[in-house]
Ligand binder design. Structure first.
Ligand SMILES: Nc1ncnc2c1ncn2[C@@H]1O[C@H](COP(=O)(O)OP(=O)(O)O)[C@@H](O)[C@H]1O
Ligand SMILES: [Mg+2]
Length: 411
């Protein structure tokens, strides 16, 4: 009798075990196939955009395209969400243009930002983002923020926009951004405040747009906490194997960009703080694009300097001795012109840290021995404006030399 009961129990237990294993296996299979092949585009995009954080978001200009599947996430990257610490996603438009979707911050940074909003705006501790629309002191909040970023510019990592020497230039700076909008002024201002706090990239991309010849990504728009930009190519750090004359082409364009960011805008200078071969990409036509515009110092060159800026009309030449990528934001901000971009560009080409142009092939060195000297002068000399102009001419000349660019391709 006991034996029978025992056998029954054993059978039931086995049965339960099998059912449990089958359900688990089915669940895992279902989850994996949905993740890899399933049509989760819309919900995933919705999840990525975090529209519920608006108006404390970047805006909504590209939401219609995202929500009507005009922009589709690339399937091979769909599963990357789980591991994608950098929060970069790739996609395609209906016209087959590759795009990059950027959250512009790590998830933990966004969480931290969200947790401080109510206090920041003097609202109840459990306030909802929508309550920000009732705030009355928006203009002061924006000035206050720029002022804050300006008072602690050397804090690392820098967050948000640094505009100097005076915070009040902000309204002239963001004019193109506000002009692009036809919608609600209040939410536009909160969007602006959010971008200036988290990552000013979408603002910068509208002030110096690719359509006006700036070497930055074409701006697609923003939706919630996502920015959409055109895919502009591969990082130079992954192109170090290419023929040397192509590196020389990149070098010329890097120097041109350094000059443009310093001189081309009528009113502002843009000093890039994150010069690295990871942050510059090149396409198949060897055109280069600066893709990471988070850490930029914007200088208004048309201010009337007060007593606090006795050296404003003097040039600031980088005077920090020692190797590595170091600079003084404070000094850049109290002089009307600084050679920071030029020094940084030369450092990328010829500095201590896997320089783009080194080693210079022997044949090239024999043909143009002064080229190396000019690069050294750019790193260590005291008139980089003159040296970079010379370098631009010398490189243009080298790029027309058959012996350097011609058939015997030098690597
Ligand atoms: N417009 C773009 N075109 C091509 N690749 C891009 C673009 N934007 C970002 N990427 C890729 O994503 C990486 C990270 O983007 P980035 O803006 O530099 O963010 P992070 O602040 O994490 O460095 C880049 O190194 C580059 O490989
Ligand atoms: Mg980067």
């Amino acid at each position: 009798m006991n034996d029978k009961i025992y056998q029954k129990m054993l059978l039931r237990r086995r049965f339960c075990k099998r059912v449990f294993l089958m359900v688990t296996a089915f669940g895992l299979f279902f989850y994996a196939s949905v993740l890899l092949f399933g049509d989760l585009k819309t919900p995933r995009i919705m999840h990525l955009t975090e529209l519920e954080t608006c108006p404390a978001c970047y805006g909504i200009s590209v939401c219609p395209e995202l929500y009507s599947n005009q922009i589709i996430l690339e399937s091979s990257h769909r599963w990357m969400g789980i591991f994608n610490a950098k929060n970069i996603y790739y996609g395609f438009t209906k016209s087959n243009r590759r795009v990059v979707l950027k959250k512009l911050s790590h998830d933990w940074e966004l969480k931290e930002f969200d947790s401080k909003i109510c206090k920041e705006w003097h609202l109840k501790h459990n306030c909802k983002p929508i309550h920000l629309l009732n705030a009355s002191n928006m203009n002061e909040k924006i000035i206050e923020l720029v002022q804050y970023n300006l008072s602690f510019p050397d804090m690392e990592p820098r967050k948000g926009l640094v505009l100097c020497p005076y915070a009040y230039s902000i309204y002239d700076l963001v004019q193109p951004v506000l002009n692009n909008k036809k919608s609600n002024y209040r939410s536009d201002m909160i969007n602006l405040w959010t971008m200036l706090s988290i990552n000013p990239e979408p603002v910068i991309l509208q002030i110096i747009p690719k359509s006006h010849g700036w070497p930055v990504p074409a701006y697609g728009g923003v939706c919630g906490r996502i920015e959409v930009v055109a895919y502009e190519g591969e990082s130079l750090s992954s192109l170090l194997h290419v023929a040397w004359h192509r590196k020389l082409k990149y070098a010329k364009k890097i120097l041109d960009a350094a000059m443009d960011f310093t001189f081309k805008h009528d009113r502002f200078r843009f000093y890039f703080m994150d010069w690295s071969l990871d942050n510059i990409v090149a396409n198949e036509k060897d055109e280069i694009t600066f893709i990471d515009l988070e850490d930029v110092i914007v200088l208004d060159k048309h201010i009337s300097p007060g007593k606090d800026l006795p050296d404003w009309y003097r040039r600031y030449t980088r005077d920090i001795i020692g190797s590595g990528f170091t600079f003084s934001v404070e000094n850049m901000c109290i002089h009307h012109l600084s050679d920071h971009n030029l020094w940084a560009a030369c450092y990328l080409l010829a500095g201590d840290d896997s320089p783009l142009l080194y080693p210079i092939p022997k044949e090239v060195h024999t043909l143009r021995p002064h080229f190396h000297r000019l690069l050294e002068e750019c790193l260590h000399g005291d008139d980089r404006f003159r040296t970079v102009t010379k370098l631009q001419h010398v490189i243009t000349d080298m790029l027309m030399d058959e012996k350097i660019v011609g058939f015997g391709v030098i690597r």
